[in-house]
Design a protein around this ligand. Structure first.
Ligand SMILES: *Cc1c(COP(=O)(O)O)cnc(C)c1O
Length: 313
């Protein structure tokens, strides 16, 4: 069974927004574990524990993701931790070439995850792919890409506690929407949930509404064009954030969230006196892969790659 971490994750104060009289604090869900970090741990928590409780005859976890996926990294590391076999269905056949594959996939394989590389064309039909593996492996736990399902939403309740009830606004990055759905569902009714979307996905709002059974959330476009696009300005922002607060951000999710939060504060989006809590959802395992790509393109690197640490499960 997956344990609850020994301590609740620390909340740190960020000295910004002060000139607008906005308080911004950050809950460090990223510190749970370097490779099983943040919201991915909580999204998998009930999925895996409920599966193990059903006492499967030949346990196996199957899931889906891209070359840098935080979800793939989390499933591979949890499989190792619990001695459970895992199978990752990876988007992009070219990644089977060891010379161009990512640090995330190399590590997942070294932790015992079997990898199957699928063409982008086939990967696009996610429901069919999931249905195929569900019928081929009836005893397996099949977790969708990004880990979002109703058990995942339930797990997000663990990101909230008595400390988080004192904030007016709870802010998370959004990919598949499971995390924002959980925050929306389990927040206090007087609190606002804001999701910073790093994808352009027209089905997102409806999906969050369905998972949360509520429309009491705001979605803000923080995608800066497209998912995974890492501009020079964003790299510079993450580096200066690290210099100021000694907190590493990942450019794909939390970097874009903080960048846009700062813009919104500057534009007067929040009333003076508002207390904002942002959740650091992790994703720092992906930094070495991002730096690898930046190095090839001869761009400035994220300068905190060797400073990343979690408490460890
Ligand atoms: C996956 C992920 C998210 C997005 O979570 P969803 O529940 O898919 O919206 C946010 N931050 C990080 C670091 C992630 O890895």
């Amino acid at each position: 069974m997956l344990p609850l971490p020994n301590i609740s994750m620390p909340i740190e104060s960020l000295s910004f927004g002060e000139e607008h009289r906005i308080t911004v604090h950050m809950k460090r869900e990223d510190l749970i574990d370097t490779h099983i970090s943040g919201n991915k741990y909580w999204k998998l928590y009930h999925n895996i524990n409920e599966y193990l409780k059903s006492d499967p005859k030949s346990p196996l976890i199957i899931t889906f993701g891209g070359a840098y996926s935080n979800h793939i990294a989390a499933v591979a590391a949890l499989g190792k931790l619990l001695s459970l076999p895992t199978l990752g269905i990876i988007r992009g056949e070219e990644l089977s070439d060891a010379r161009i594959t990512s640090p995330t996939l190399l590590r997942a394989a070294s932790q015992g995850m079997d990898l199957v590389f699928t063409s982008r064309d086939r990967y696009r039909f996610k429901e069919e792919l999931e249905a195929y593996y569900t019928s081929e492996f009836p005893h397996a736990l099949v977790v969708p890409e990004g880990g979002t399902n109703s058990s995942a939403v339930k797990g997000i309740a663990n990101m909230l506690d008595v400390r988080t009830t004192q904030y007016d606004v709870l802010c998370v990055p959004v990919g598949t929407g499971g995390t924002l759905a959980g925050i929306t569902r389990y927040k206090q009714s007087y609190q606002k949930a804001i999701g910073m979307s790093v994808v352009k996905d027209l089905t997102l709002k409806q999906r969050i509404y369905t998972l949360a059974n509520s429309s009491d959330f705001n979605l803000v476009d923080a995608s800066q064009g497209r998912y995974g696009k890492v501009s020079d300005a964003l790299i510079a922002y993450c580096n200066s954030f690290y210099d100021a607060f000694k907190i590493p951000l990942d450019p794909v999710y939390t970097g874009k969230m903080m960048f846009h939060l700062q813009e919104m504060i500057g534009a007067g989006y929040f009333a003076p006196g508002t207390k904002v809590l942002v959740f650091h959802t992790g994703g720092l395992q992906g930094i070495s892969g991002i730096n690898q790509t930046l190095r090839i393109k001869k761009k400035n690197l994220l300068n905190f790659e060797d400073k990343i640490e979690g408490f460890g499960l």
